[in-house]
Design a protein around this ligand. Structure first.
Ligand code: NAD
Length: 377
């Protein structure tokens, strides 16, 4: 069976769905691997590197012969038309609000898997693209902030005088936030963080940052069984805003990462809060693609709001593409491995498998995922 690793057609996507390691692994699983020419260039992987790992270099037309297509982004209509009916396509599908695109994959007879729907259970940890990519986004957010900040982050005591340490405040201490905390600490900043989930408190402290939150009864119950945050009440939000307003005025860099599954990102930083910060301070909104945590943050732009730089880069994992691709490719191949029969070394899809059920959008000509119009059990 043939696995095709596509070159991403989106100009803003530097990542690739295959690495040297993942090609070797696919070969050992019994697949023939075709990599579209130039697919890895923006992730610093040369065609020759893939070839050495056992892949054949092909063109987009080779997708037609593939049993499995690996991608970063959901295929376009044009790409879908180039796949054979019955092919397995695995990507970050961005399924919410994209019903038409899902229907098109169903109509084309594809078995489409959305990697971001992978359950966050122990067995699937090595396939968790949300975590692998958010971790790098958290790191990159600090690098982006440091770049825009016209001062040093660490305290430097020199013969010519002392540079004070930057104060960094991280809002939302999930996967991205915790890595942002760790990265800012490594750069010598004085770091604080907030979250609405009590479990975050200890994690923040263990990274050497100060935890700041309204710790009332609602806070104690803010984590869902799935480990995510609930949307907080108006009353809580007001208390949180008052606490944050006071704290933010003293910060040099603020990095926001707060998300609530299936909801717009909570608004955590208001224009008034931005106005209270010192000129030259930097705010990074990692939630900008989901509506934004910061008032005035613009998707895909670095703007100045009253002397404060507000960073709203899109696709932040793609800004650290070479690293992001390595981890993403590993997530994909680990998932694909679960679909390969150990005896026959052939694809043996089990639609009843927990991971397959959670991530399969389309199969056999229909939409199968209940969250996107598939039949509920
Ligand atoms: P996320 O991306 O959904 O949200 C980022 C953070 O924002 C979360 O910590 C959330 O609590 C926080 N947040 C939401 N609303 C907020 C508000 N109003 N104010 C401040 N903060 C707010 O979260 P995530 O990074 O995907 O992680 C969510 C949870 O899942 C964490 O507990 C994480 O440890 C857990 N997790 C488990 C696994 C696993 O077991 N395999 C893998 C990854 C993550």
């Amino acid at each position: 069976e043939i696995v095709f690793i596509a070159r991403e057609t989106d100009a803003d996507e530097g990542r690739v769905a295959g690495s040297v390691e993942s090609v070797k692994k696919l070969k050992s699983l019994g697949f023939d691997v075709v990599v579209e020419a130039g697919a890895g260039l923006r992730s610093r992987i040369l065609d020759a590197d893939y070839e050495k790992a056992g892949a054949r270099i092909g063109t987009a037309a080779d997708a037609k012969g593939a049993d499995v297509v690996l991608k970063v982004r959901r295929p376009t209509g044009e790409e879908i038309a180039g796949y054979k009916s019955g092919a397995v396509v695995i990507a970050i599908m961005d399924p919410y609000g994209n019903d038409e695109a899902i229907a098109a994959m169903a109509a084309a007879g594809l078995t489409a898997f959305a990697m971001e729907l992978m359950p966050r259970i122990t067995r699937a940890q090595s396939m968790d693209v949300l975590s692998s990519q958010a971790n790098l986004a958290g790191y990159q957010a600090v690098i982006d902030a440091a770049y825009e900040y016209d001062r040093a982050l660490p305290m430097m005591m020199t013969a010519a005088g002392t540079v004070p340490a930057a104060k960094v405040f991280v809002m939302g201490a999930g996967v991205a936030g915790l890595q942002a905390i760790a990265t800012a600490r490594r750069l010598g900043a004085v770091v604080s963080a907030t979250d609405v989930r009590p479990a975050a408190k200890e994690q923040v402290a263990s990274l050497g940052a100060k935890f700041i939150a309204v710790e009332d009864e609602e806070f104690k119950a803010a984590e869902t069984a799935g480990g995510y945050a609930k949307e907080m009440s108006k009353d809580y939000q007001a208390k949180q805003a008052a606490l944050v307003a006071e704290h933010i005025a003293k910060q040099d860099i603020v990095i926001t990462t707060a998300l609530i599954p299936g909801r717009p990102a909570p608004r955590l930083v208001t224009r008034a809060m931005l106005d209270s910060m010192k000129p030259g301070s930097v705010v990074v909104d990692l939630a900008v693609e989901r509506g934004g945590n910061v008032e005035g943050a613009e998707a895909g732009k670095v703007t100045e709001v009253g002397g404060i730089k507000v960073i709203g880069h899109l696709n932040v994992p793609g800004r650290i593409a070479a690293s992001a691709s390595l981890l993403y490719a590993k997530n994909l191949v680990t998932f694909l491995e679960t679909m390969v029969s150990k005896e026959t070394k052939a694809l043996a899809l089990n639609m009843e498998d927990e991971l397959v059920k959670a991530t399969a959008l389309t199969h056999g000509g229909t939409i199968v995922h209940p969250a996107f119009g598939g039949a509920k059990e």
